[in-house]
Design a protein around this ligand. Structure first.
Ligand SMILES: O=C(O)c1ccccc1NCC(=O)[C@H](O)[C@H](O)COP(=O)(O)O
Length: 214
């Protein structure tokens, strides 16, 4: 299977173009003012318009007013929403858009129990933050807690970088991986060479797992 790759926390059009050239499947825009990777609508428009067709634009929100989400959606072309805080299932579904719910792997609840509450989610992003805490921490969680055999589309996040992503994919076999700080030169500024290395490491493991014709 080809592991999908999302590069999150893009703040500059040139980084979006570099991420797409490197072969990512999705980019993430952080609409959370307290993040060092936060973008306003004008920045987000520049990034969103730099992304070529067939690369998905994901808008990340954390406990935002629903009206704020609607205002952003009205101006910025976003194919997918990602909710990173304590948003309820009803809140997440009210926007009528494909959405991912972040699962706090440092929380007390099991990932399985957490996910069972969000039946309308099209996917889950398992990240190393705790309940109500921010993401983009650069910390990994215990991959042994990965819900194996889950029918859901699961995205592995938290502390991934070019030197550990191959092992992470081998251990968890996720639908997708998500990276932010592990491919940066400073918060919010992506490093093209690190993005290329990250993606080629994922593809290397994909090839290991693809059966060849005898
Ligand atoms: O990236 C942020 O600054 C951020 C702040 C608040 C909530 C979520 C945030 N990012 C969420 C992401 O999707 C990150 O890609 C994910 O947490 C992984 O981050 P990292 O460990 O830096 O790769």
């Amino acid at each position: 299977m080809r592991t999908r790759i999302k590069i999150c926390g893009i703040t500059r059009a040139e980084d979006a173009r570099a991420a797409a050239r490197a072969g990512c499947d999705a980019i993430g825009l952080v609409f959370y003012d307290r993040s060092p990777r936060a973008v306003d609508v004008e920045q987000a428009l520049a990034v969103a318009h730099a992304v070529p067709p067939f690369v998905t634009r994901v808008g990340l929100f954390m406990d935002a007013d629903a009206e704020r989400v609607r205002q952003v959606m009205a101006r910025v072309p976003l194919e997918v929403l990602q909710f990173h805080g304590g948003e309820s299932p009803d809140y997440c579904e009210a926007f009528g858009r494909t959405y991912l719910k972040a699962v706090p792997m440092a929380g007390s609840e099991t990932p399985e129990a957490f996910m069972a509450r969000y039946a309308g989610a099209q996917g889950f992003l398992l990240d190393s933050h705790g309940a109500g805490q921010a993401g983009g921490t650069g910390q990994t969680f215990d991959w042994g807690r990965w819900p194996t055999g889950s029918p859901q589309s699961l995205v592995l996040a938290g502390g991934l970088h070019p030197d550990n992503v191959a092992e992470a994919v081998r251990q968890t076999r996720p639908w997708a991986v998500d990276v932010s700080s592990g491919v940066e030169s400073s918060p919010g500024v992506k490093d093209a060479r690190r993005m290329i290395r990250f993606i080629s490491e994922v593809r290397r493991v994909d090839r290991e797992q693809t059966p060849t014709d005898a």
